[in-house]
Design a protein around this ligand. Structure first.
Ligand code: SF4
Ligand code: SF4
Length: 439
């Protein structure tokens, strides 16, 4: 990496000092290198944990300057934790990256759009829905495509055309609106489930959420659609820890009396994974850390709940004659909530399925929230490796449990010309349900 300019004298960054013991655990062995998806794509030392840790340590010791050039190293991280999982000292590089991002924003500020989104839009599902509705309306009217062709979108923000490439059709209505009228209650429910709506499924892939809710009700659950806002993961990822804590508190308040539910469920691995991290995020808050811990005891990923409590009986399913493979979203892996065997168990339970394990199944696909938009070139290299592995399985169906992964993998399949469907576990189950007519 190029040396940072010496326009300003290096100063010790005091707020990073509490992380000194963590960063000092790095023995510079480089075992993190082969595991890091970004490093595998770029071979740039500052993109791997070892390089980031060296820069972070230099900052604490006042041997380098926090400036725009340095931030490139810390922006280039998917927070996937593959480095930590491959590190004998288990250095928590993702935490150091987030701490850097927070410290950087404190010094140099955030773009106003980002501040507005984090503080005004994400905490308000109503406001968020209005803005996205306007965006989709513009798309339906062809205004977005026209603006794109004229280069106007790139003038507003060079990343916008990349963001729009992620989903080519406009969904017919948001999941929250669609569920308002369609959630049936079983006559004698055997469990009460609070269904957590993820932003990605709500605004981009509502059909996935509908399939999940239908499966839950088939399994005898009385489903209540929660009034949650964004879980706060993107805000956390950008190092806005205060914003992420505010969202966590807002969500805990909005869920109200948790005794109403046996479980709080999301089929979005990122949401359920981040919800399970609320107690750590709110550790300094005596009231909300206790409430967060209570919430976590009820939170389940969709497939986790299905296997733990209900199970899937192959006798209830029609054959789905297909080669199927599975991509682990980062927040479902052992590196986060460790829901790894459950989706595979359910997929294998579907008669006719020829399940083939994906090489590097738990490696990040390069979506990582807005990483795919902000660092599109590297993200596409990461995605090419993933889709190459998918192609190698010969699968006709690729399953995953996160909206960002679904959209990224579908984009990867289109780019590679693969004839493959990207579905969630609930969509696969729906296809195998007798009453749906089978595959
Ligand atoms: S982060 Fe861990 S694996 Fe990477 S160089 Fe440091 S000690 Fe080695
Ligand atoms: S968290 Fe992931 S992307 Fe970031 S340094 Fe570690 S392995 Fe690389």
């Amino acid at each position: 990496m190029a040396a940072a300019p010496r326009a300003a004298a290096p100063t010790r960054i005091e707020e990073l000092r509490p992380f000194y013991d963590e960063v000092a655990k790095c023995g510079k062995c480089g075992f993190c290198q082969p595991a890091c998806p970004v490093y595998r794509a770029t071979s740039i030392e500052s993109h791997v944990a070892r390089g980031k840790n060296a820069l972070f340590r230099n900052l604490i010791e006042g041997r380098t300057v926090m400036d725009e050039q340095l931030t490139e190293a810390f922006e280039n991280c998917l927070l996937c934790r593959a480095c930590t999982a491959n590190c004998f000292s288990a250095v928590k590089t993702d935490r150091l990256v987030v701490a850097f991002r927070e410290s950087y924003a404190r010094r140099f500020g955030r773009p106003w759009v980002q501040r507005w989104i984090f503080r005004n839009l994400l905490p308000s599902p109503g406001r968020m829905a209005c803005v996205i509705r306007l965006a989709w309306a513009a798309r339906r009217l062809g205004l977005v495509d026209a603006a794109n062709r004229l280069g106007l979108l790139a003038m507003i923000n060079p990343k916008l055309p990349k963001a729009l490439a992620l989903r080519d059709e406009v969904p017919a209505g948001f999941l929250r609106d669609r569920l308002r009228t369609t959630v049936p209650t079983p006559p004698q429910p055997r469990l009460r489930v609070g269904y957590w709506i993820s932003c990605g499924f709500n605004y981009m892939l509502p059909e996935v959420g509908e399939a999940t809710v239908r499966e839950l009700t088939r399994q005898g659950a009385a489903v209540t659609v929660l009034k949650n806002a964004c879980c706060g993961l993107p805000v956390y990822g950008y190092g806005d820890l205060e914003g992420a804590r505010a969202l966590a508190r807002r969500n805990i308040d909005s869920l109200g009396d948790l005794d109403r539910f046996d479980f709080v469920v999301s089929e979005c691995g990122s949401c359920s994974g981040h919800l399970k991290e609320y107690p750590g995020l709110l550790a300094g808050d005596p009231e909300y850390s206790v409430r967060a811990a209570r919430l976590v005891r009820k939170v389940r990923a969709f497939t986790e709940l299905l296997v733990e409590l209900v199970g899937v009986d192959p006798a209830d399913l029609q054959p789905v004659e297909a080669v199927v493979t599975y991509h682990d979203p980062c927040h479902m892996t052992e590196r986060y909530q460790g829901v790894v065997s459950q989706p595979r168990e359910i997929i294998r339970a579907v008669p006719g399925v020829d399940f083939r394990e994906l090489n590097e199944a738990d490696a990040c696909c390069g979506a990582a929230g807005s990483y795919t938009v902000m660092h599109n070139d590297i993200s596409m290299k990461i995605l090419e490796r993933k889709t190459g592995n998918v192609e190698h399985t010969g699968a006709g169906i690729l399953i995953t449990e996160c909206p960002a992964c679904i959209m990224q993998l579908a984009l990867g399949a289109r780019r590679r010309g693969l004839d493959i469907e990207v579905l969630s576990v609930s969509q696969l189950l729906e296809r195998a349900r007798r009453e749906q007519g089978g595959a």
